[in-house]
Write a protein that binds this ligand. Structure first.
Ligand SMILES: [Zn+2]
Length: 184
């Protein structure tokens, strides 16, 4: 009889241990998932990324904007609204509003597209290797929404020697209000 009780106790003890291990494991997995989710959220807010499904971009952008910004299209040269644009201000991403280039860095490259010798901030754009169309080029995309902007070439003027060749369709423009500065 005592042997039977001991066996039963042993079995109960065994199941209790298994139960505790399993509960502990699932709790550990849960807390790990929570941490990853929390970190993901922190990373997203820190980098300020705007990631939308393509279907949503299609409803926000015109067909031409969608083709160039989201399908890496190129506008016909000498046709873009900012090609000969000379106003003072800041050019931003036409998809998400991220500030990209200052008008002071714009120059006439004669290539048919708006050209800049440097971005407003190193973190405002991302450069990627592009081997499409049988060429080796460096693609320029918006760092916030990863929309296609254009390409960068190393035949630009001083001080950088770079030419950021950007589609007008990929850009929006905010004119700088000079008068406001004199009022203050
Ligand atoms: Zn953008």
């Amino acid at each position: 009889m005592i042997v039977v009780i001991r066996k039963k106790m042993k079995r109960t003890f065994f199941f209790a241990v298994i139960f505790l291990i399993l509960t502990g494991l699932s709790n550990a997995t849960l807390s790990q998932e929570k941490r990853i989710k929390k970190n993901q959220h922190t990373n997203e807010s820190m980098s300020n990324k705007i990631i939308k499904p393509e279907e949503e971009w299609k409803t926000i952008l015109t067909p031409l904007e969608y083709h160039i910004l989201r399908e890496k299209g190129t506008e016909r040269p000498f046709t873009g609204k900012f090609y000969l644009h000379k106003e003072t201000g800041i050019y931003h991403c036409n998809a998400c509003g991220n500030e990209l280039f200052r008008s002071e860095t714009k120059f006439d490259a004669g290539c048919g597209w708006p050209s800049f010798y440097e971005p407003i901030n190193r973190n405002s754009i991302i450069e990627r290797l592009d081997t499409s169309h049988g060429m080796i080029r460096t693609e320029v995309i918006c760092a916030r929404c990863e929309s296609h902007l254009g390409h960068v070439f190393n035949d630009g003027p001083n001080p950088t020697g770079l030419r950021y060749c950007i589609n007008s369709v990929s850009l929006g423009f905010d004119e700088e209000e000079g008068e406001r500065q004199t009022d203050q």
